[in-house]
Design a protein around this ligand. Structure first.
Ligand code: HEM
Length: 137
């Protein structure tokens, strides 16, 4: 839930660019062959019609319930050309997170400035300073 809760507002890939190879109808929209489509993941992931008025808020508990729309959360894209490394990425993130929180408690440093920035992927402009305290056992 925490990983999905983070990938929703802060997907590393903020958009997908696709080109229609043939004339296609998407809902009520006629898309002629050759049209380039820019699909903003951020717009979908923070759409208040889908996620509610607090769509911009970090709230992993949203992922407790099954999603109403399949395409409402697509950090790894969707369909035959979705991310080939999706499962590996999820396993890596879960493993690393579990290894860290097993031994350390985390606190965001007072020097942290929240400034997501697009530089090929979405990145924290000034880094993420975190204070780690070893958990005594
Ligand atoms: C959090 C981590 C990751 C995210 C959010 C992510 C996201 C994405 C997205 C959105 C796409 C679709 C791009 C597009 O259609 O324009 C993609 C494609 C792809 N990703 Fe990832 N990815 C991640 C990690 C990885 C890893 C770890 C690997 C490989 C080890 C990987 C390999 C690929 C490949 C090969 C494609 C192209 C698939 C194709 O075109 O058929 N990704 N990824």
């Amino acid at each position: 839930m925490v990983i999905n809760g983070t990938l929703r507002p802060y997907s590393p890939g903020v958009s997908l660019i696709k080109e229609a190879l043939k004339d296609v109808k998407v809902g009520r929209l006629n898309v002629p062959a050759g049209t380039q489509l820019y699909l903003s993941l951020s717009a979908v992931h923070c759409d208040i019609d889908i996620w509610g008025e607090d769509a911009n808020k970090f709230n992993p508990a949203r992922f407790k319930e099954p999603r109403r729309h399949l395409a409402s959360f697509i950090p790894f894209a969707l369909g035959p050309r979705n991310c080939a490394g999706q499962n590996l990425a999820m396993v890596e993130m879960k493993t690393i997170l579990a290894m860290i929180i097993r031994q350390y408690s985390l606190e965001v440093s007072s020097t942290y400035v929240h400034a997501p920035m697009l530089y090929i992927t979405l990145q924290p402009q000034y880094g993420v300073q975190i204070l780690l305290t070893r958990i005594m056992k």
